[in-house]
Every structure is written in C-alpha cells, then in structure tokens.
Ligand binder design. Structure first.
Ligand SMILES: NC(=O)c1ccc[n+]([C@@H]2O[C@H](COP(=O)([O-])OP(=O)(O)OC[C@H]3O[C@@H](n4cnc5c(N)ncnc54)[C@H](O)[C@@H]3O)[C@@H](O)[C@H]2O)c1
Length: 440
C-alpha cells in the first residue's frame, strides 16, 4: 500500500485516484476547484462516469480516499504524486502546459521529502524532462525527486472498466527504481505493464490517439465514397474490420470524433512534427475529414428541405459520446450552431449532459427532459449521440409525434433493412437514403 496524492480531479485524475484507492492505496485527491472538492468530500461525483459514484462512496467509507484543496494536507507523508491536470489546446494548436507547470511548481513549493512524481496528463515529448528541471531549480538537492511518465488510455463512458481491463499500462522512466515503484503500484490492476524510456512513453500516447482518430476519419472518407456509389458503409466496415490486421474497432462511420482528446491530440502531434521539421500531412487530412463530417447532416437537410429557415428541429444526444456528460468538442455543438445559423429553431435532449450543454450551446435552444417532448412536432430529428435510450426509443413513436417523420442519423443507429419498412424518411452516413422525399 502506498500513500499517493493526485493533483486534478477531472475525468482522468478522479478516476485514477478512485481506482488506486480501490486497489488498496491511500489516496488524497487535490483540486483548486473548491466546488468540486466540496461535492467530493460529501461523496458526490462532480462528473458522470458509470460506476464512479459507487466507488467514491465505498472508498471514502473504507478510509482509503480523501479530497482536499489543501496541498499541505495532500502531501503529508506522500510517497507518490500524480499530476492529472488539463493540457488544453492553445490558440496555435500546440499544447498549453501552464497547468502542468503550475502543478509542478506547487509541488516544489510544498514538498519537503523525496517523492516520485507521475505525469498522467497527455504531454508533448520532452515535458517530463522539463518538469524535472522545475524540481531541480526549485527544490533543495537533498530532496530526491524522480519523474515518471504514465499516460492514460481510459475512455470516458467506460473509464472505470478500462482502468481494470486496459490493454496496457505504459510506464516511461529513465530511472529504473522509480519505474519499479510505479509498476508495483499498478500491479493489482492486472493489466499488462510496459516499461519504456520517458520520451517513448510520451510519444505512445499521441501515436495511439492519432491512430484511432485516423481510423475514424478513414472510414468516414470511405463512407463519403460509398454514398456516391450506392454502397453501404456498415457492410463495408464489417467486411474490412474482419481482417485481424485492421480490426473492427473505431471503424464506425458518423459525424466525426469529438471529446477532449482526439481533436487536441491530433493537432498537438501535427505541431510536434512540424517543430522537428517532419510535417505529418496524413494527420492534417484526418482533421480535415473530421471537420467535413461535422457538417454532413446539415448539408443533407439543406438538400432535403431547400431552406432550413423557420423549421423546427430536434437534436437527440448532446454529449460527445454515450455514457458521459462531457460536452468538450461534441459534434452536437457544430450541428446546433449550423441549424440556428440557417434559421432553424432547435430543441435538444440528452439523458445526462444537459447541464454541461447549457454552458456551451446557444441560449435559444430549448432543452427538454424527455425524447418524446423533444421530438413532438419537429420537422426533422437529428441524432448526434448514440445513447442506448435514444437507439431504443420505439421508431413507430416518431410517426405518432411528428406529422412527417424525417430522421437524420449521424451515428447510423438503425439498419437500412429496418428503416425500409417504416414510414420514415431516413438519412444516415455512408448509406443510401431511405424513403427519400416521402413527405415532400
Ligand atoms: N478525458 C479523457 O478522456 C482523457 C483520457 C486520457 C488522457 N487525458 C488527459 O488527461 C489530462 C486531464 O484531462 P481531464 O479530461 O481529466 O481534464 P479536466 O479538465 O477534466 O480536469 C482537470 C482538473 O485539474 C484541476 N486543476 C488544474 N490545475 C490544478 C492545480 N494546479 N492543482 C490542482 N488541480 C488543478 C482542474 O480544476 C480540473 O478539475 C489531459 O492531459 C488529457 O489530455 C484525458
């Protein structure tokens, strides 16, 4: 059992802290956000993540898990400190390391004994070394600080599951003893552990995210061609994914990837590549395709309606993916903006993300508390997130709630065969339109 502090209680820091406490470590999570810490001290998760709330309650009760705004309290007798603060995109597209550097300076200010620092945040190659320099310049030389890279691969929406069933844990360090300490901490997860040098560990994270984003944009590129040629992307993707060298995951066509990682990490890697004089044009195309996908449904709606002015539209699903309340870079944002720009009126529903959506989306959007009230009276429905509740909403209800049911499905939730038998105009991604202009 180790005494651990985690700086940052966002999607990654909180899940990391909670899961480390679940495997028996004593963890203190520290955040500058007083509101978050207040909620957490009361055993309430500030984010929605399946299974997280239960584990918070359980481990607070067991005495393994603490929350504080006070660094002195968090660093008392601590052996390992994780940095899991945000690394957002700066205006230029490069990574803003301000929060990581501030966290390191704060550690340097408060720590008075030897400690291993783990960088969980996604950071450009060379950052671990920069952080070590901060310690070397700000801490007396009799206090030994090691820095270890331990990038995170969890997926929001299944973050707890992923922590216990991940494909690998990457530990990057140029110091064998420090790597060993972090390896021992992680062993109870029973996930394969790969130890690398620091720079390679940092690069593994960017390369992984860029590759996954590339798979999504690749299949979306194929989807565009399928649409023109009358092929069905779902069949194509299924056939392609059966090849073990390719694999079936991340081959789902749709209105593009979003979230707090793929958009910023692909852009960051382009910047990193440019800085070393090795332009990575493939990734530029990945981003271009993704941007094009975002506006696909509106383009289809304009082809269908001519003008969108005065029409009543519904967006079902707002979060960037199902099972999360995270709205960062969600495809629904661009969709809603475009529909409003084109003169449409928008109602929207999401099972979990409405509070976060209200902070980001146009105030003219009317949010509803059920799919039924969102769909009622709409001229067309746009599906932006494939929540189970949305997929399972009975299709015949569309006919009852809309006089002329028209669905633009950005996530290919239904099979073409199923839709052919229903009195619904159905437009999806990379597949033939069904009952096109039925209600024209
Ligand atoms: N969200 C994901 O799915 C995911 C997955 C893998 C990796 N990552 C990476 O993990 C990192 C964190 O991402 P996130 O989504 O959890 O971010 P987040 O924005 O949800 O959380 C960051 C937290 O850090 C806190 N914070 C900032 N500075 C602080 C400081 N000096 N002291 C204490 N707390 C501080 C903020 O208040 C916030 O609560 C990023 O580098 C991200 O790229 C994210």
């Amino acid at each position: 059992m180790k005494n651990i502090a985690v700086i940052g209680t966002g999607y990654v820091g909180l899940v990391t802290g909670v899961c480390l406490s679940e495997i028996g470590h004593k963890v203190t999570c520290v955040d500058i956000d007083k509101q978050k810490v207040k909620l957490l001290k009361n055993g309430v998760s500030p984010i929605y993540e399946p299974g997280l709330q239960e584990l918070i309650e359980k481990n607070i009760k067991k005495g393994n898990l603490y929350f504080t705004n006070n660094y002195n309290e968090a660093f008392q007798d601590v052996e390992v400190i994780y940095i899991a603060v945000g690394t957002p995109q700066s205006e230029s597209g490069s990574v803003n390391l301000q929060y990581v550097e501030e966290a390191a300076k704060t550690i340097a200010h408060f720590i008075n004994h030897s400690t291993v620092i783990v960088i969980k945040s996604t950071v450009p190659v060379g950052t671990n070394e920069k952080v070590l320099e901060i310690f070397q310049n700000n801490i007396s030389s009799d206090i030994k600080i090691d820095v270890v890279s331990n990038p995170e691969f969890l997926r929001e929406g299944s973050a707890i599951y992923d922590s216990f069933h991940g494909d690998r844990i990457i530990i990057g360090s140029d110091n064998k003893n420090a790597a060993k300490i972090i390896e021992e901490i992680n062993k109870p997860f029973q996930v394969p552990i790969l130890i690398t040098d620091t720079r390679s560990a940092e690069m593994i994270k960017y390369a992984s995210n860029a590759f996954l984003a590339m798979k999504i944009s690749f299949i979306n590129g194929i989807a565009e061609i399928c649409e023109k040629l009358g092929a069905n992307i779902e069949e194509v993707s299924n056939g392609v994914g059966k090849d073990k060298r390719i694999g079936s995951q991340f081959l789902k066509a749709g209105i593009g990837y979003g979230g707090s990682c793929f958009p910023k990490d692909t852009l960051a890697l382009i910047n990193i590549a440019n800085e070393v004089g090795e332009p990575f044009n493939l990734l530029t195309s990945v981003i271009d395709i993704n941007n094009r996908q975002r506006t696909k449904l509106v383009k289809k709606a304009k082809e269908r309606f001519g003008t969108l002015r005065g029409k009543q539209f519904t967006i079902l699903g707002l979060a960037f993916k199902p099972n999360t309340d995270d709205m960062r870079e969600a495809a629904s944002i661009e969709l809603a903006k475009e529909l409003i720009n084109e003169g449409g009126k928008v109602k929207a529903y999401d099972p979990i993300a409405i509070d976060n959506a209200k902070k980001i989306l146009n105030s003219s959007i009317h949010f509803t508390d059920s799919i039924e009230s969102a769909v009622k009276g709409a001229d067309a429905v746009f599906i932006a997130t494939e929540w189970k509740e949305i997929i399972e909403f009975p299709l015949q209800r569309y006919k009852e709630l809309m006089s002329s049911p028209i669905i633009f499905d950005g996530r290919n939730c239904y099979s073409i065969e199923e839709m052919k038998n229903l009195p619904i105009e159905y437009y999806s991604i990379g597949r033939p339109s069904i009952n096109q202009f039925l209600y024209k």
